[in-house]
Design a protein around this ligand. Structure first.
Ligand SMILES: NC(=O)c1ccc[n+]([C@@H]2O[C@H](COP(=O)([O-])OP(=O)(O)OC[C@H]3O[C@@H](n4cnc5c(N)ncnc54)[C@H](O)[C@@H]3O)[C@@H](O)[C@H]2O)c1
Length: 348
């Protein structure tokens, strides 16, 4: 049997364990997998583009587990009552190919993206970082805010979105949280001024310039989440020129990240090397660091492993018959349950 996890199951995991614990465990799984970087069979995701969006498949495997995520990105979806990003995923046993787990990954993508951003910022942001600008207050935004609050101790978040209703929605969820001050700003420039960390998580299928070089200050860490597709960027190229740039998987980031604006020889560092101690991260308190996040299959692999383990621990999920259960594995035809196959076929 294959275990099926629904959005309700994933919500139950966060309700039972608490969001701080889920983020903590996710970062543990992410770091464990990023440290095993060379054990994975990796490729850039397979993307199918249309004018308004993209649908992507994200496969990855190590010697024992294979996973893939199906995910879309359609920034105009919210106008027709659908999320910009929706996802499902699968975890399978490499030895036999048997699918072990099929899971919702829409909530999980928000959780893993925020956990990844926080994992990276813990290594790259200045140690005394306390404030963050959060530009784009849509579906992913509370997850980003809370991951940085719980995992980095960010205590002040400055909000800006061109849609004031999105900011109001964020406030309705997070206002009053002990130890977290939220400030609504009138522009990106106002939100960014003086911030230790800048997170951009906007959705617009265009080469936007959310952050321009005049906005950045020495020592800032920029966590760019929304520039993740050809023709969909958030940074003015001068921001990348001014920063030390870190990526997940370079071949994919060169196609999809804000990095797509830069020449092929523009220098970047894959984050796993920093985690493993093979490359330096931030070199000085004044340096500007930029994480050009696009979302890599390894992060979904880690998240699916965590979901599988949490489901076992908490007794969640439903066993579903997605693959035939056969006493004789060669008797697939028998699974059709036709009482008298020969007469049925003759009748047809
Ligand atoms: N890097 C990753 O791993 C990863 C993972 C998930 C989502 N994403 C990306 O993150 C982005 C946000 O996703 P979401 O699910 O929150 O989308 P969403 O549509 O729910 O929210 C996006 C918000 O951005 C705001 N926005 C658009 N243009 C803006 C601008 N110029 N200034 C300020 N705000 C602006 C919109 O009003 C909206 O509220 C998307 O681009 C998505 O593709 C990246």
């Amino acid at each position: 049997m294959t275990t099926l996890l629904t959005t309700e199951d994933v919500a139950r995991i966060t309700q039972t364990l608490g969001l701080p614990e889920v983020f903590k465990r996710l970062v543990g799984y992410l770091e464990a997998d990023y440290l095993r970087w060379n054990e994975f069979d990796k490729c850039a995701r397979v993307a199918s583009h249309t004018e308004d969006g993209v649908i992507e498949l994200m496969p990855i495997a190590d010697a024992s587990l294979y996973s893939f995520k199906y995910v879309n990105g359609h920034p105009k979806n919210t106008r027709v009552g659908l999320p910009t990003v929706m996802a499902v995923g699968l975890l399978a046993d490499v030895a036999t190919g048997r699918p072990e787990l099929v899971s919702e990954l829409t909530l999980t993508t928000a959780l893993r993206t925020a956990a990844t951003s926080a994992m990276v910022a813990r290594k790259l942001a200045r140690k005394n970082a306390k404030s963050m600008a959060l530009i784009g207050n849509g579906a992913q935004s509370e997850f980003q805010a809370l991951a940085f609050h719980y995992l980095l101790g960010i205590s002040e978040i400055r909000l800006f979105d061109i849609d004031t209703a999105a900011t109001a929605k964020l406030l309705s969820h997070l206002q009053g949280l002990p130890g977290l001050t939220l400030k609504v700003c009138a522009s990106t420039a106002e939100a960014v001024r003086g911030a230790d960390i800048v997170t951009t998580v906007t959705a617009d299928k265009t080469n936007a310039t959310i952050i321009t070089p005049d906005m950045i200050e020495p020592g800032m860490h920029i966590n760019g989440v929304g520039g993740d597709c050809p023709g969909k960027t958030e940074m003015h190229r001068g921001v990348l020129e001014a920063a030390k740039v870190f990526v997940e998987f370079e071949p994919q980031s060169r196609i999809e990240g804000d990095l797509q604006q830069m020449p092929a020889e523009f220098e970047v560092t894959e984050f796993w090397r920093v985690l493993k101690g093979l490359s330096s991260g931030r070199d000085s308190a004044e340096q500007i660091t930029f994480f050009d996040s696009v979302g890599f299959a390894l992060e979904d692999f880690s998240a699916l492993r965590l979901l599988r383990d949490c489901a076992r621990e908490l007794g969640l999920g439903q066993d579903v018959s997605l693959i035939p259960q056969m006493a004789n594995p060669k008797d697939l035809f028998g699974q059709l349950g036709l009482a008298h196959a020969s007469s049925t076929l003759r009748a047809a």
